[in-house]
Design a protein around this ligand. Structure first.
Ligand code: HEM
Length: 396
């Protein structure tokens, strides 16, 4: 695969997204690339970048020609990848059939829309408790106070973690996902602590009949111990880094387009506008795959064993698929965005994330009549797409 002697680091950002402004607004680059070089080889990073909706959808849906399993390549998963811990069993996200369904299918019923919807009241109470501790008539760092602790507490509750552990759990999550400034060794240490913490819980719950996700995974004989621990850490990480950004980006969009009153009054449908936030500012901007055979995309031939980066954030703004793609249209329907991926790796937590966003926004808008995010000096996060801080003035 490598076209130069340099190693191929999985998540290295392209040169066009080197500075903070372009990380926050990569959409001009996407637009230019869709027009001028929709399938482009990057010889610095040894990979192909794909920008058109049709190509991104093909890559997502055809797991036989485009695999997420990189175990037989020379790509390195270095520290800093939020979804993998180097040196341990890779997650279902990097697993191909038939192993993939063994690692995923036992959990699928828990994430069906109907099952997820049963948690509405419980999650609403979690949101209300967090909002209770916000001092009204003040400016708060809303990610710290609400949009980050909420999904973590929800996922901790689904995993069946004791309430007293939530703070530690949150610290690990912050350290491993770099939401707060931290160094690589702190992240590695947090990941190791997290694995040994889950390892003990998995052993403790192997024979139990608990209803939580850890017990479900631990009592599944089809998974090895290491695979079970990886399942738990994947759910933890995948389940909160992205969702915090969905909720935060929703508030960012509502501020940018002056939508708070219309969403609060119901003039704009909450579920519909959340889909548009998902399209417009997708928390995961890209996915990676490796070709298993020579392929042709948009007239360009690509060899087998090539790394592809498929830009969901660009596909979601492709004028071939969406009218007025650069405009935020709160009532856009249908909205066939690719934000949760597609095919066999389609996001396991999509319905959970949608419900969490719906509850978070409903509770926040019910509680506060004035919500004023300060969007004047936004800075991007490093690992997933979204802002690092969102100071916000709140009045009941
Ligand atoms: C807005 C929030 C979320 C977004 C944007 C998102 C996005 C994605 C995307 C794009 C993928 C596919 C990656 C690929 O094909 O390479 C994925 C997979 C996955 N997501 Fe999510 N996700 C979100 C929330 C969640 C939540 C709450 C959970 C918690 C259970 C979760 C668990 C997973 C898992 C386990 C996979 C791997 C599925 C597989 O490989 O079969 N995600 N997610």
């Amino acid at each position: 695969m490598a076209h130069s002697d340099e190693r191929t680091v999985f998540r290295a950002p392209p040169a066009a997204l080197a500075d903070e402004q372009s990380q926050l607004e990569p959409f001009e680059w996407y637009e230019r690339m869709r027009r001028t070089a929709p399938v482009q080889y990057d010889d610095k990073l040894n990979r192909w970048h794909l920008f058109r909706y049709e190509d991104v959808a093909t890559v997502l849906r055809d797991h036989e020609r485009f695999t997420a399993d990189i175990s037989s390549t020379d790509i390195e998963l270095v520290d800093g990848d939020p979804f993998e811990t180097p040196g341990t069993t890779t997650s279902m996200l990097r697993t191909a059939p038939p192993d993939h369904s063994r690692r995923r299918s036992f959990a699928t019923p828990r994430f069906q829309p109907g099952t997820i919807a049963e948690h509405r009241e419980e999650f609403g109470e979690i949101a209300a408790d967090l909002l209770d501790s916000i001092e009204p008539n003040s400016t708060v760092e809303l990610i710290d106070a609400f949009t980050h602790p909420f999904p973590i507490t929800v996922i901790a509750s689904l995993l069946g973690l004791p309430a007293v552990e939530y703070d530690r759990f949150r610290e690990w999550s912050l350290a491993t996902t770099e939401l707060s400034p931290t160094d690589a060794s702190a992240a590695r240490q947090a990941r190791e602590e997290m694995r040994s913490y889950f390892s003990k819980l998995v052993r403790d719950r192997a024979d139990g009949d608990g209803d939580d996700l850890i017990s479900l995974a631990a009592s599944n004989d089809a998974l090895s111990h290491e695979e079970t621990v990886t399942f738990c850490t994947t759910i933890l990480v995948a389940g909160n880094v992205t969702t915090v950004n969905l909720i935060t980006s929703a508030l960012w969009c509502f501020a940018e387009f002056d939508l708070f009153d219309d969403v609060r009054s119901g003039a704009i449908d909450r579920e519909t506008v959340i889909e548009e936030v998902l399209r417009y500012r997708p928390p995961a901007q890209s996915v990676r795959r490796v070709t298993t055979e020579p392929v042709t995309l948009c007239g360009t031939q690509i060899d087998a064993n090539e790394l592809l980066v498929a830009y969901i954030g660009s596909a979601n703004r492709d004028p071939v698929r969406f009218d007025e793609p650069e405009t935020f249209v709160p009532e856009r329907t249908p909205n066939p965005h690719l934000t949760f991926g597609g095919g066999i790796h389609f996001c396991l937590g999509a319905q959970l994330a949608r419900l969490e966003a719906d509850i978070a926004i409903e509770c926040l808008l019910d509680r506060f009549s004035v919500i004023e995010p300060d969007c004047s000096s936004l800075r991007p996060q490093s690992l997933v797409y979204g802002v690092r801080e969102l100071p916000c003035y709140l009045e009941p």
